[in-house]
Design a protein around this ligand. Structure first.
Ligand SMILES: N[C@@H](CCC(=O)N[C@@H](CS)C(=O)NCC(=O)O)C(=O)O
Length: 345
């Protein structure tokens, strides 16, 4: 167990912040919550100005400015916590199963985030809600004139960044169809299971939860879709938010060979969308191209290359290469026919 509580800092409208909060709650790791950029924000310097931030205390337990170590990026944060606390791990002991789970996490973090950002900043009702609500994280006492200024600033900035993540009018049908298919696949999953790998949550579940916490519970347009098409997904998101009550056992991990069929469908969804994008993105980065152009689900998809997602594919390939030969064969067998094969070959 940890000597001193960590700090988790972020915002309520941030999918990755809620992902990390859910991880800490499920893992029963004590933390102090700090609203980023509010008057309670006393965080030390961060390497990159992103949320969420976790501050690891110094030996005296200090986490305020000048003390402790601040870190961003939820996936490496999750793995750092794995090295610090053994109980209620998110990583199954079977390395091949753990690899597929890490892939599912990346699909959520790097693909499902596109529909999430898209719905928030492409639809008028969603823009309006986000423009009014998001600035309140900094200051609840903001007056009307100030609120108006912040509304204009944040909506203009975020709408301006739409194309960066692929939320263009041309790509919209691809992103929206993928969101609806994910809702359908998860609804199928919940007919027999509670989590992607079976009876206890892994990294994939928390990744999905992060994006869905916004899609099905925060942004009006995708929320309305989920209310009609996927009530079970809405309920699951409520559960995932705080799983501190769930008792788990090693035996609750499923096996790679008996992956729920809906989880296989989710891998096939990734093979249809995430995989061609990730591969084309890495190729565009390598070629120094100005645009990623690829075919997703029979349609042309275009966006500017995204450096971080190039790194994600690199990490995925490193993880695959680090597996024993027999485990690579098992991963290959799990992915065959899903379209995810291109990620590793
Ligand atoms: N890869 C990071 C992504 C975090 C991220 O993209 N955070 C967004 C908000 S959810 C952010 O802080 N953006 C900075 C900005 O909008 O200025 C993770 O996994 O945590």
């Amino acid at each position: 167990m940890l000597q001193h509580p960590l700090v988790l800092s972020g915002q309520y409208g941030s999918p990755y912040t809620l992902k990390m909060r859910a991880v800490l709650r499920y893992r029963r790791i004590p933390f102090r919550w700090v609203l980023r950029d509010s008057r309670w924000d006393d965080l030390p310097e961060v390497p990159v100005r992103l949320i969420p931030v976790i501050v690891f205390p110094d030996v005296e337990g200090r986490t305020d400015r000048g003390h402790g170590e601040a870190m961003v990026d939820s996936s490496p944060l999750i793995m750092r916590l794995e090295g610090m606390v053994a109980e209620r791990s998110l990583v199954p002991a079977d390395p091949a199963l753990a690899f597929v789970d890490a892939l599912l996490e990346d699909v959520a973090d790097e693909w499902l985030t596109k529909p999430m950002y898209h719905y928030r900043w492409a639809y008028e009702a969603d823009i309006d809600k986000a423009g009014k609500l998001l600035p309140l994280g900094q200051n609840l006492q903001v007056d009307a004139a100030q609120a108006r200024k912040m509304y204009d600033f944040i909506t203009r900035r975020q709408i301006g960044r739409r194309a960066m993540v692929g939320s263009t009018d041309a790509n919209a049908p691809i992103l929206e169809a993928s969101y609806r298919r994910v809702l359908g696949i998860l609804t199928d999953l919940f007919a027999t299971q509670d989590f992607l790998l079976g009876s206890r949550p892994g990294r994939g579940d928390f990744g999905m939860f992060g994006q869905l916490s916004q899609l099905v519970k925060w942004d009006p347009t995708p929320m309305a879709i989920a209310a009609v098409e996927a009530p079970k997904v809405i309920h699951w998101v409520d559960r995932m938010d705080d799983l501190s009550w769930l008792e788990v056992d090693v035996a609750d991990w499923g096996t790679l060979e008996a992956l729920p069929s809906a989880t296989r469908d989710l891998l096939a969804e990734a093979g249809r969308t995430y995989a061609p994008f990730m591969v084309a993105n890495a190729a565009a980065l390598e070629a120094g191209a100005e645009e990623v152009v690829c075919e997703i689900d029979g349609q042309e998809y275009r966006q500017a290359p995204f450096k971080y997602q190039g790194k994600c594919l690199h990490w995925l390939r490193e993880g695959y290469a680090a597996l024993a030969g027999s485990d690579r064969t098992r991963v290959d067998a799990a992915l065959v026919g899903t379209g995810c094969e291109v990620l590793l070959g």
